[in-house]
Design a protein around this ligand. Structure first.
Ligand code: MAN
Length: 359
């Protein structure tokens, strides 16, 4: 299961040099956060450097231990503890056709609930949980279904955490900041539903903070990448629509920003995910003007990474490569990504090679 499919079957345009050690993390590698829960997926890590090591802030998606004929799913109660809801599988009020979401009595729930866990490594390949660093769990009524897919951006000595906050009220962007990964300050929900995939730039431009984000509009519009600016990193305005889905292409149904934009001599380079109507997730890239990121200079037509590894094609939700974390070292981009919504993997890219694919 762990070997990579024959090179000849790789997408023509795939630029990723996958780690031979992939997957780096499997659900069985960590212990569940409470009894009665099982880890279903380890995925979509935020990535940063701290104390000379590479760190992952991994999304840990947990489900309830299941029994035959009954569906159990978790939610956080008002005191922040996980509560298990139990529904007979033959209940006519239950719609469970997607592995990720269910609808019960007309209300939406997730099949898993996610928290964020810190792991560190001195070689960027072997990650373990260090002692003395807290896990981050959803808090309050806006995070009742958990927190997911955290981007980590460092400005000065402050790390900005922007993550998906999920509840029965909708899916929005939550923020926390930290300087030492032990004490966290909550910025609350910075972008209300429906919004996710928020990545902050790691420097101010013209004295302002900038971020990419992905509001969704059901009736008119779609799942597009937007840009926002802020005087303080907390209050966001002057929203502008940057990158849209493209009919007939691999990113026809949704697009969303990956990790923090990468400064290059040609502009800000952003790696993003795109999905088609079949929920197949690939990665592409676009370039923004260095002084005015609302100006798009170029975008890849073909994806730069396509699910090809066995661990990318099948898992909790197959045919998915999804990234929201990387480390930059000169021309070398070390990207960590979620494969098939179940595993954490790594890949190297050459930044100049990505730039050469932009048109
Ligand atoms: C989608 C998927 C899930 C995620 C929910 C809420 O359904 O990305 O993995 O849990 O949205 O964000």
């Amino acid at each position: 299961m762990l070997q990579i499919i024959n090179e000849s079957k790789k997408g023509r345009t795939d630029l990723a040099q996958r780690f031979p050690e992939n997957p780096l993390l499997l659900p069985k590698d960590l212990a569940p956060s409470a009894s009665g829960l099982q880890i279903i997926s380890l995925l979509n890590p935020g990535v940063f450097r701290y104390g000379g090591e590479t760190w992952l802030l991994v999304r840990v998606a947990e489900g309830a231990v299941q029994k035959e004929g009954v569906l159990f799913f978790p939610v956080l109660n008002a005191t922040g503890n996980t509560e298990i809801i139990e529904v007979p599988l033959n209940d006519p009020d239950l719609i469970a056709t997607d592995a990720r979401v269910i609808n019960y009595k007309g209300l939406d729930y997730l099949t898993t609930i996610s928290h964020l866990r810190l792991l560190s490594s001195d070689d960027g390949v072997h990650f373990t949980e260090p002692e003395g660093y807290p896990s981050l769990f959803g808090h309050g009524y806006l995070e009742r279904f958990g927190i997911e897919d955290c981007r980590v951006s460092q400005i000065g000595d402050t790390y900005y955490l922007t993550y998906t906050a999920v509840s029965n009220n909708g899916v929005g962007v939550g923020m926390q900041t930290t300087k030492d990964w032990q004490h966290f300050e909550s910025g609350g929900m910075i972008l209300p539903p429906h919004n996710k995939d928020c990545a902050m730039f790691e420097e101010k431009i013209g004295g302002k903070y900038y971020c990419l984000h992905r509001p969704s509009s059901k009736e008119i519009g779609g799942n597009y990448i937007w840009l926002a600016e802020s005087p303080d990193g907390l209050h966001w305005g002057n929203h502008q629509c940057l990158i849209k889905t493209r009919p007939g292409l691999w990113d026809s149904a949704r697009v969303g920003a990956g990790a923090t934009p990468i400064r290059t001599e040609y502009g800000w380079l952003e790696i993003y995910h795109g999905a088609n109507a079949e929920h197949q997730y690939c990665l592409g890239a676009f370039l923004m003007d260095i002084d005015d990121p609302s100006k798009i200079i170029s975008r890849t037509t073909e994806p730069i990474m396509v699910p090809t590894g066995v661990y990318e094609l099948s898992g909790f939700f197959g045919y998915v490569v999804f990234t929201n974390g990387h480390i930059v070292d000169g021309d070398r981009l070390t990207m960590y990504y979620g494969a098939a919504d179940e595993f954490v993997c790594g890949a190297h890219f050459s930044i100049s090679e990505i730039l050469s694919k932009l048109s």
